[in-house]
Design a protein around this ligand. Sequence first.
Ligand SMILES: Cc1cc2nc3c(=O)[nH]c(=O)nc-3n(C[C@H](O)[C@H](O)[C@H](O)COP(=O)(O)O)c2cc1C
Length: 182
Amino acid sequence: MIQRPISLYAICGSQRQASTSRRLLKALQLAAPHDISITISDLIGDLPIFNPDNEGEKTPPVVEKFAAEIGSADGLIVSCPEYAHGIPGGFKNALDWLVSRDEIPFKPLMFAHASHRGDLALALLTDVLQTMSLRIVDEAFLRLPIAGKPDEAQASILTQAREDGVLRAALGRFADAIRETA
Ligand SMILES: Cc1cc2nc3c(=O)[nH]c(=O)nc-3n(C[C@H](O)[C@H](O)[C@H](O)COP(=O)(O)O)c2cc1C
């Protein structure tokens, strides 16, 4: 059966050059089947600090671009570390720009978590994202603990997960949940 293609927009909560969160997103991108495309956002670091005075007609072009990319995606993948028991400021700032907009409500979202830690951030993110009316697809939750490991160990874990079909399976569950409600 031919399935409707799914386009996903992946957002990384870390700006670090060697981010393990982004590495996990890249692994998902490589492992995605032909009918699932993943674009990894590179806009979060360019967003100005949120100010409600600059919404509506005054919305900065980069925010409009970010929101449009989210709006045109079938679902979001979020990979975000924990900083000081919280959500990294840059990532929360990006979410704040989206709170009052139309692109976000009911948008399906899956977490791809790259650490064995960070459960507080996951819980906080869940609360924030649900408050913003995103639909978190729990059955697609993916955790691959590569954070804090040497580069080669990270590569080995990601290769194994790819070969075992773990990455593809999580994406498949997410795509199924999106298609079921489309
Ligand atoms: C400033 C800072 C604060 C952190 N605070 C926490 C924390 O409170 N809890 C935790 O589990 N990890 C914490 N970490 C560890 C990061 O969550 C971890 O290094 C994560 O893998 C970084 O993601 P990245 O590789 O995508 O940059 C912190 C890291 C930094 C740089």
